[in-house]
Ligand binder design. Structure first.
Ligand code: APR
Ligand code: PHB
Length: 394
């Protein structure tokens, strides 16, 4: 079997890259470890930056998002008993974010891929990458009991944090940068109307809380919990009580609760590997970096990596610009580190750390007060939240 670009992983990164390449007439094959149902069962974040919205539109997969997604012009920070709104649109000269679940983005991309007739192999547990620096890069795997070899020009490692692509790079090549936070987020999905029209990020002495949503009838709420906390210890009632205790009084009074339809705990981590290229292999999205969810940057960073690799491959295939391939990593990392910084800052400002004493609590409140009280501070938060511009490839 032969293709131009072999894509490992059918998450949002792999499927979006595949869609853009297929639209441009560049042949690609996607290989995914899990089944389609398993991929669609994962509940992930739901805030799309303007740049990602534009990219989905350019890929021709935005119809349902444009119909059902909620455009948000702002969000709120709650701290010290106050609520402060950041008007993203006004502060950024017209930029907004789109509330539309990652699961829905993935579903739309799956439907589009099926319609395009491009090849996808699901439930492949044993993909192996070969000759990453050699003459003939290829991927081998088992399909219906038969061994398959897929020859290609390039391999896109879109297989997430636990994937095979990054692990196929020899020891000593990559430098890892990591911070593991001493807490997690307990998230609940419920069919209840949102407590507020926009998202609320709350700093509270009991810990962080977030009020988010998926639609006018479906909410996603989170509370910070200890790193060792077990989801079994959290009844719906305990969750709702904890959430209410961390919100400003008037918000807590308006909160409508209901049975959870999904409840899970996610750890918080910052992680980057450098470089993101090894020979013919390019790492994309979670395969190369993780951000804590506080700035809603994970999915959006994956999209900007996809955009960078796509723009480079387009020039490689249309203009023979093979020289651009080695710029991939540096172009991506410039934007990734800025998003890492913002996510780390939001996490640091809003969470209770094990060593948060009365002094550091006042420092957090004062830093938030300083930022929201200054036009420059509000603009800094807003321009990062809507997403920094995509980097040019040359
Ligand atoms: N072979 C094939 N596929 C694999 C393998 C493997 N060895 N290992 C993992 N995969 C698949 C996973 O099953 C998953 O479907 O790769 C896909 C990776 O998808 P994601 O983890 O969603 O990563 P990505 O597509 O980069 O999405 C961006 O940013 O912060 C996050 O929540 C955000 O998950 C989102 C991510
Ligand atoms: C979500 O809706 O799941 C969500 C929203 C904003 C975040 C993180 C998660 O910062």
């Amino acid at each position: 079997m032969k293709t131009q670009v072999a894509i490992i992983g059918a998450g949002p990164s792999g499927l979006l890259l595949g869609q853009l390449l297929s639209n441009a007439g560049i042949d690609n094959v996607v290989i995914e470890r899990q089944s389609p149902d398993y991929v669609l069962g994962r509940i992930r974040a739901g805030v799309l930056e303007q740049g990602m919205v534009d990219l989905l539109r350019a890929a021709g997969v935005s119809a349902r998002m444009d119909r059902e997604g909620l455009v948000h012009d702002g969000f709120e920070l709650a701290f010290d008993g106050r609520r402060e709104r950041l008007d993203l649109k006004e502060l950024t000269g017209g930029k907004t974010v789109m509330i539309y679940g990652q699961t829905e983005v993935t579903r739309d991309l799956m439907v589009a891929r099926q319609a395009s007739g491009a090849t996808t192999f699901y439930s492949v547990p044993d993909a192996q990458l070969h000759e990453l620096k050699g003459e003939q890069p290829h991927v081998t795997f088992t399909l219906n009991g038969e061994s398959v070899r897929l020859d290609c020009d390039h391999i896109a490692g879109c297989d997430g944090f636990h994937g095979v692509a990054r692990q196929s790079i020899p020891q000593g090549v990559l430098t890892e940068f990591e911070r593991v936070y001493p807490f997690g987020w307990l998230g609940v999905l419920a069919d209840t109307p949102p407590v507020n029209e926009e998202l609320i990020y709350a700093n509270h002495e009991r810990g962080f809380a977030l009020c988010s949503m998926r639609s006018p009838t479906r909410t996603r709420y989170y509370v910070q919990v200890g790193a060792e906390e077990q989801v079994e210890n959290w009844s719906d009632e305990r969750f709702w009580n904890e959430l209410k205790s961390r919100l400003p009084d008037e918000t807590a009074a308006r909160l409508i609760t209901g049975p959870s339809i999904e409840k899970s705990i996610a750890p918080l981590r910052s992680y980057v590997v450098e470089p993101m290229q090894y020979g013919h292999l390019f790492l994309v999205g979670d395969a190369a970096h993780i951000v804590p969810p506080t700035g809603a940057k994970g999915l959006n960073l994956a999209a900007s990596d996809v955009s960078t690799l796509y723009r480079i491959l387009l020039k490689v295939y249309r203009q023979g610009r093979h020289d651009l391939l080695e710029r991939y990593s540096a172009v991506c990392l410039k934007r990734i580190w800025k998003a890492e910084r913002f996510s780390w800052w939001m996490t640091s400002m809003l969470h209770k750390f094990p060593d948060t004493d009365a002094f550091s609590q006042r420092m957090q409140q004062t830093e938030l007060d300083y930022f929201v009280g200054s036009e420059a501070g509000r603009k800094t938060i807003a321009e990062n939240y809507v997403g920094l511009p995509y980097e040019p490839i040359e």
